[in-house]
Ligand binder design. Structure first.
Ligand SMILES: Cc1cc2nc3c(=O)[nH]c(=O)nc-3n(C[C@H](O)[C@H](O)[C@H](O)COP(=O)(O)OP(=O)(O)OC[C@H]3O[C@@H](n4cnc5c(N)ncnc54)[C@H](O)[C@@H]3O)c2cc1C
Ligand code: SF4
Length: 538
């Protein structure tokens, strides 16, 4: 076979033929797949990671940053197009803003706020009669949360009186509160609202071979210094430990044995259209909250006409995201917003409230107000007058954001669109997503608290994002939920498919409920827990 044929038409000469033998085949190289691959390769397993997207060169990150900062905001991660096609209905779901397909997954683009779920998140049904319980509790995940914080390099402080119990310190010191946090502080104190630090997966000092934060403020979507954690770190560590990473290898379907008891191979396609078959003893599906479900549905067979691992009918159902709630306005003094660009304070004070039961965490934003470049481009004036306008609006805004929990609903779901195909000829995912009246009520409550704080601060609230204008936080959860009952869930407490014991699923698709904390620390903790249990039998 020529080098061109080996590299699947990419033109980089890299071998994209299957490995002759693999103990474990991991699908996807986001944080879930990369952490699992690293842990398993470290334990001596022969690991192959198949990643649909390209590998981005770290040396180009400054150019990508420049491309992003310039007016018009280029997309540095090639999100969208036929490869990432999808359809939606209901409220509409902007999937291509919500994920990145490439080595490192969505952490290439993410913000990097990383909190542990609260104890109540694992027990919503028993405590409050809503949602469903997880088959594991906080104590089961607690040591893995600590390991995940070390892996990602979390900067944080033990100043959050509402956080679940922890004994071990964060690996890195917290970032100091931003200037606008210091404006919020007296208002919050007068109202009896506790502010505390945000655990951030970005280096407050050099850590794990990566630089400390330089304060560029372009974290989402680009950190050119490497201070913000991306799963590329664990892809590199996995490679060092002996894992093989095959990029541009989009898995088309998983194939089971004749008896339908185990997965035998992952069939992947390279850009030249060649399909190849990667056999392995065990499989870890880590393709993200939408693609995990889609791949199982695409893997339907005669024996499993409704899709693989789907005897419950739950694959694709219970799709959830966190809802954004926010409000802001202008102050009569400099707020220094938009200078750094990541949040340093939030409050979890209302998270465990029962009226409403939906969890909510409120954020003190550090990037409020219009960008001067965009404002200048849209202005109707020139010269001195424009300059005055820019000076009056730049660095004088202040805002609060927040995440609100969405409870699982079987009608919110990912299915295969029968009419639209991707670049490989596969049906694209179709996302049906709507909000219940409960969720709307929780959003209104979040807005109420945000307004009270802003008004106490002396801000004339100029905008509010509540139930009508809300959008997702880009955390796709629930579509391959975990549970003890194979009739109602897809994977068990060890993230093992009830129907096919050599298939594990990792990522937020296994969350039975989503809480209101950003999900990736929990994704990482679960991936480490799954890999540890698999490593025992390597
Ligand atoms: C703008 C933005 C901001 C965010 N901010 C935060 C935040 O502050 N905190 C937080 O906790 N989370 C945040 N997130 C979410 C976070 O990025 C995700 O939770 C996390 O990356 C999910 O990890 P994962 O490994 O499960 O999936 P992903 O990171 O999505 O990785 C999945 C990988 O699988 C690959 N793949 C998909 N299909 C296939 C296939 N068929 N074959 C082979 N490979 C495939 C994809 O290309 C991708 O690389 C943010 C996300 C976005 C988009
Ligand atoms: S502020 Fe820090 S983490 Fe964000 S882009 Fe700049 S260096 Fe990276």
């Amino acid at each position: 076979m020529s080098a061109g044929a080996d590299d699947g038409g990419v033109g980089d000469g890299a071998d994209r033929t299957p490995s002759p033998r693999a103990d474990v085949c991991v699908v996807g190289s986001g944080p879930a797949g990369a952490l699992a691959a690293h842990r398993l390769a470290g334990a001596g397993a022969d690991v192959v990671v198949l990643e649909a997207g390209p590998r981005f060169d770290f040396d180009e990150r400054r150019e990508q940053q420049e491309e992003f900062i310039r007016p018009g905001m280029g997309d540095p991660w090639e999100m969208g197009g036929a490869r990432d096609a999808y359809t939606d209905s209901g409220r509409g779901y902007p999937l291509n803003a919500a994920r990145v397909k490439g080595v490192g997954g969505s952490t290439l683009h993410w913000q990097g706020m990383v909190m542990r779920l609260h104890e109540r998140d694992f027990e919503l049904e028993s405590r409050h009669g809503v949602g469903v319980d997880w088959p594991i509790d906080y104590e089961d995940l607690r040591p893995y949360y600590a390991a995940a914080e070390r892996a990602l390099g979390v900067a944080g402080a033990a100043d959050n009186p509402y956080a679940p119990p922890r004994e071990e310190p964060f690996p890195l010191p917290a970032f100091p509160p931003s200037h606008s946090d210091s404006l919020f502080a007296p208002a919050c104190e007068r109202l009896g609202i506790d502010m505390h630090s945000v655990p951030n997966a970005r280096n407050s000092e050099p850590y794990d071979g990566r630089a400390s934060c330089q304060g560029y403020g372009t974290c989402k979507p680009i950190c050119p210094s490497g201070a913000k954690y991306t799963a590329e770190s664990h892809v590199a560590k996995a490679t060092e430990a002996g894992a093989r990473i095959v990029d541009h290898a989009a898995v088309q379907r998983l194939v089971h044995d004749d008896a339908g008891e185990t997965v035998e191979a992952a069939v992947y396609a390279t850009p030249d259209g060649t399909e190849r078959r990667q056999p392995a003893d065990r499989f870890v599906l880590a393709a993200g909250g939408v693609e995990n479900a889609r791949l199982l549905l695409l893997s339907a067979s005669e024996l499993y006409p409704d899709g693989l691992a789907n005897s419950s009918g739950a694959v694709g159902r219970f799709f959830m995201d966190h809802l954004f709630a926010g409000a802001g306005g202008q102050l009569d003094e400099p707020t220094r917003q938009n200078h750094v660009g990541f949040n340093t304070s939030e409050t979890h004070q209302f998270y465990d409230d029962t009226d409403p039961v939906e969890g909510m965490k409120l954020e003190f934003l550090n990037y409020a107000g219009p960008s001067p470049v965009m404002q200048a481009l849209g202005a109707e004036t020139w010269g001195e007058e424009l300059l005055e306008q820019l000076q009056a609006s730049y660095g004088t805004h202040v805002a609060m954001g927040g995440l609100v929990e969405q409870l699982p609903d079987a009608d919110n779901r990912v299915t295969l669109d029968p009419d639209v195909r991707d670049d490989h000829g596969n049906p694209v995912p179709h996302i049906e997503w709507s909000l219940s009246e409960r969720t709307r009520g929780a959003l209104r409550r979040a807005n109420e608290i945000q307004h009270a704080i802003l008004e106490e601060l002396g801000v004339d609230v100029e905008w509010t994002v509540g139930p009508e204008a809300t959008g997702p936080a880009y955390h796709q959860m629930g579509t391959t939920r975990m549970g003890t009952d194979p009739a109602t869930s897809v994977v068990d407490a060890d993230c093992r498919a009830h129907d096919l014991p050599n298939l594990r699923i990792v990522g937020s698709s296994v969350f039975p409920t989503g809480g209101a904390m950003n999900p990736t620390l929990t994704i990482a903790a679960l991936a480490l827990r799954v890999a540890e249990s698999m490593a025992e039998s390597v």
